[in-house]
Design a protein. Structure first.
Length: 149
């Protein structure tokens, strides 16, 4: 059974500590990450997804200015086991947030060496727009994706 609940900061930190889908990235929560997680919780433009009671991911939009936002997603490997459910759920809630905030542009990034994450971004309706060389904290390359509504 799929369930969507409002995002809480602890979910983001749990996914980071367990390792998220993209390249098995793992991280211990530092103060800056906790501040980001709490800001996202306060925004109300984020959600957490569960399958059979287990957290499989979090996603939401960080709003830059009127009409423009950036999608962020953190999926556990459990989310990858249920790709159709994951895509449908993220797409549904992403569209709700876009409509509620009257956005005309949404963008996101995908790590170039994570083809599954990049494919998911494209399935969600984003178009690859450019290469961001040495964009990651580890100097990894990313693609920039955008959706113009």
């Amino acid at each position: 059974m799929t369930e969507v609940k409002p995002f809480i900061a602890e979910n983001m930190m749990l996914l980071l500590e367990e390792g998220i889908m993209e390249c098995g990235v793992m991280s211990r929560g530092n103060e800056a990450l906790w501040e980001l997680a709490y800001a996202r919780e306060r925004s109300g433009d984020c959600f957490s997804g569960y399958i059979n009671g287990e957290l499989v991911g979090c996603a939401g939009l960080d709003l830059y200015w009127q009409g423009v936002g950036e999608l962020w997603m953190m999926l556990s490997p459990k989310g990858k086991k249920n790709p159709i459910t994951t895509v449908k759920t993220v797409k549904t809630y992403l569209n709700m947030i876009i409509k509620d905030n009257e956005l005309w542009r949404v963008q996101t990034t995908g790590r170039i060496d994570s083809p599954d994450a990049c494919r998911l971004i494209e399935i969600l309706g984003f178009e690859q727009t450019c290469l961001l060389k040495k964009y990651g904290s580890d100097k990894s390359d990313y693609f920039l994706y955008s959706m113009v509504i």
